[in-house]
Design a protein around this ligand. Structure first.
Ligand code: GLN
Ligand code: ZN
Length: 766
């Protein structure tokens, strides 16, 4: 008999109950007991869903108040000293202070760093290790949740982040030392945790080691051997899980580790199955992750069964069926989407529906397909309707994409020629000043959009109000003396959603929330069909803004890679094909902007780097495709039109050549928080075009001084010719208020003046 289970369920609750409870607790509106009971309710509900879907194992330990990596840190007692003053004990407030720097109880401190969980849009709290780090069981949360679940009378499978992945994801603080030096102590703590679970009557523990899909140094491969050899002595069965990719050169290692079971992701890496079967020891359980935990599409059950049947014949009860990875990355319940039409809904499955799919597959294997005929036919119908639907397939779009030629991804002339044309056209001063696009999103702006959406404000009223906002920011920028203006993006709630709503091929949900970090959730658009643009998306606003001033106003678009990375993407064609279609739609907008007289167009690609694949061997292909898509969107403009792009980070070492390859005339980037990293990249590589290293951190309420800005540009000028430098903040200003914004920009303009004065002579000489 095959066995059903999943690798983790979303913890936010179907209606984001966790978010609301957390935020009320943080504000002091509810007490800890009320918060705890809300958590209990979410866990009970999640477990009930697993019971209703007939799963053989109920997962425990996937619930978290903020983040499961932080949970692990607290379980192991990895709490940096700044959070442990004598009066504070390691309680939920310490936990929240680690995550957020503050909590209802305890003093404020700077929070732990947060970063992206592998290649997902989920962020985890980075563990901080010091050289003599101790690991000590310091929290009862996991064990008490195990007891809570055991009361249900079902088989329980606790989930732990494995020791090697935990160590890998953390950072050595104070001194830089080899984290593997901590492994022995860490192993001891894990042994204690596993032993404790065993004494509680647990027979299986899921131990996540997703780093097995990365390029691992030899020392880490060895560390895997050692660690799991040691765990062998504990009489609890370990299901070692890997996900987000294939095991590749770690296949033999993962198969031979002395664990009772191994889980692999055959959605992301179906090709690894045969290699895994070659190395899988005769008695080992194989858990096959065949229901996509990263996307919202309904599983093609018939196709999945064709993969699973021969495995079932070969492995029998050693075959477990599961989600490819934790369902954390999926929204909770499709049943809540009452506004979606039946056809579209029939193509989708959220976390709750995916539990059912896993069960259907297991039953079809165990009881025969005939017993499942109705469900299988339904699945077939959904597959067919997606294959043939005219809502998905647009032959004009497909033909256009197949006819893209190389000349479409190249500007008319190289930057060296364009530069002169643009200079005589735009007549910008040395160190031109600009901003990244958005200005403060005031409550008035949010109200205008809300009222328009709800119908309270008609089209005409909405347009009138947005125009007022545009006029307001144009005048403010003119007063400040900024050289290249923006319209302020008041009409945009979100830089991807705005375009998704105007493009064909996108759909939106009402409750399709996915945790991004802590209480923050995002609702990614669903790209379900061929993408095209039916009418202009930004021209009206940009033209209006431009009509108010002689100074150039930038056209503002979100780039194809960012739209792709921040959406649920269709799985019936390659991501590159979808990126090309988005790029062509944006190209139409770029063309219209040029025809409307726009002289500068910025195409934001903040997600350019986060799209990098997990394995370095896959980087080049991704970068080539990302560059291709950006160029396809932007290269249709004449020489005098200046293309800008923006990226919000500065880890450029890995991607700087590809970024140069975008051939944008100007790039604005973040630098203020990590100027050293950026300048390192520019020391090694002569960036050929113009660049605006963000001169102040927009994430902080601090107002940058003139001196700070001047110093930063002086530093940049040591590596980048001054004629190539722009002056701008490091990201959009929508989260700031006007008072801060105006003070900061005033200083930025004064700093530009100081710098122009200082370098004037130099420029004359050059
Ligand atoms: N143009 C966008 C803004 O200014 C860019 C946002 C981003 O980089 N994430 O808000
Ligand atoms: Zn940014």
């Amino acid at each position: 008999m095959a066995v059903s289970h999943h690798l983790g369920f979303p913890r936010i609750g179907a209606k984001r109950e966790l978010k609301w409870a957390l935020e009320r607790y943080w504000k002091g509106e509810i007490d800890q007991a009320t918060l705890e009971s809300e958590g209990k309710f979410i866990r009970a509900d999640n477990w009930q869903k697993q019971i209703d879907a007939n799963h053989d194992y109920i997962s425990v330990g996937d619930f978290s108040w903020y983040d499961h990596v932080l949970d692990m840190s607290v379980l192991l007692g990895v709490v940096p000293e700044r959070f442990t003053t004598s009066t504070d004990k390691l309680d939920i407030n310490t936990y929240f202070r680690m995550a957020r720097g503050r909590a209802p109880v305890g003093s404020d401190v700077h929070a732990c760093e947060m970063t992206k969980w592998f290649d997902t849009n989920y962020h985890y709290i980075v563990p901080e290790f010091n050289q003599d780090q101790d690991f000590q069981i310091s929290s009862d949360k996991l064990f008490s949740e195990v007891r809570e679940a055991q009361a249900l009378g079902k088989q329980i499978k606790p989930i732990l982040l494995g020791p090697l992945s935990y160590l890998w994801l953390g950072k050595a603080k104070q001194a830089d030392f080899n984290k593997l030096k901590l492994l022995e102590k860490l192993q001891c703590a894990y042994v204690k945790i596993l032993e404790k679970l065993q004494t509680m009557g647990i027979s299986w523990v899921q131990i996540d080691e997703p780093i097995l899909v990365l390029d691992l140094p030899l020392a880490w491969q060895k560390a895997f051997h050692e660690t799991y050899q040691l765990f062998k002595k504990i009489p609890v069965k370990l299901l070692l899980t890997t996900y987000f990719g294939g095991l590749q050169n770690n296949t033999e290692l993962a198969c031979r580790l002395p664990t009772a079971g191994l889980h692999i992701d055959v959605v992301r890496a179906p090709e690894q199955l045969s290699a895994v079967l070659t190395y899988l020891p005769a008695e080992k359980i194989l858990s096959v992750g065949i229901v996509d935990g990263r996307n919202i599409w309904r599983t093609d059950l018939r196709k999945a069964l064709n993969t699973l049947k021969p495995l079932h014949e070969q492995l029998g009860q050693r075959l477990w069926i599961s989600s490819s990875c934790s369902l954390l990355h999926c929204p909770v319940d499709l049943d809540l989407e009452i506004a979606l039409d039946g056809e579209f809904k029939s193509w989708l499955a959220f976390a709750k529906q995916k539990l059912v799919e896993i069960n259907l597959l297991v039953r079809a294997l165990n009881e025969g397909e005939l017993s499942m005929e109705r469900e299988l036919c339904e699945s077939d119908l959904s597959v067919k309707s997606r294959q043939n639907s005219s809502r998905i397939h647009n032959h004009i779009v497909k033909n256009r994409s197949s006819e893209v030629t190389d000349s479409m991804i190249a500007r008319q002339n190289p930057y060296s020629v364009r530069r002169g044309v643009q200079q005589s056209h735009l007549k910008l001063p040395l160190f031109p000043t600009t901003t990244i696009g958005s200005f403060p999103q005031t409550s008035t702006i949010r109200e205008i959009r809300r009222d328009f959406k709800s119908g309270k404000l008609n089209n005409e009223g909405y347009r009138h109000n947005i125009r007022n906002e545009i006029a307001n920011v144009i005048h403010k920028q003119l007063d400040l003396g900024i050289d290249v203006l923006v319209h302020g993006e008041a009409e945009r709630n979100d830089m991807v959603e705005y375009f998704g709503e105007l493009l064909e091929g996108f759909a939106f949900t009402n409750h399709g929330w996915v945790q991004s970090y802590g209480s923050r959730c995002v609702r990614p658009p669903i790209i379900f069909g061929d993408v095209s643009r039916s009418s202009a998306m930004t021209i009206e606003w940009i033209s209006y803004a431009q009509s108010l001033t002689q100074k150039p106003v930038k056209g503002m678009l979100t780039g194809p890679i960012t739209i792709l990375c921040w959406s649920f993407v269709r799985d019936d064609q390659s991501r590159f094909e979808t990126a090309k279609q988005i790029a062509l739609a944006l190209r139409d907008e770029v063309t219209d902007l040029v025809n409307a007289g726009t002289q500068i167009i910025q195409i934001d690609e903040p997600a350019f780097r986060e799209g990098l694949p997990l394995r370095q061997s896959d980087w080049q292909e991704y970068l080539d495709q990302a560059v291709y898509s950006f160029r396809l969107a932007s290269c249709c403009v004449p020489d005098h039109v200046q293309i800008h792009t923006h990226m919000c980070y500065s880890e450029f070492n890995d991607t700087i050549e590809a970024i140069a390859d975008l051939d944008a005339d100007v790039i604005t980037i973040e630098t203020s928080r990590s100027d050293r990293e950026l300048l390192n990249a520019f020391e090694k590589f002569n960036y050929p075009n113009e660049i605006g290293p963000g001169v102040y951190d927009i994430h902080s309420p601090c107002i940058p001084t003139v001196d700070e800005i001047v110093n930063l540009i002086n530093k940049a000028a040591q590596h980048i010719p001054i004629q190539q430098l722009w002056i701008n903040p490091d990201c959009g200003l929508k989260t700031r208020d006007w008072k801060e914004t105006e003070l900061a920009l005033k200083n930025m303009i004064v700093a530009a003046g100081v710098l122009r004065e200082k370098y004037k002579v130099l420029e004359a000489v050059v």
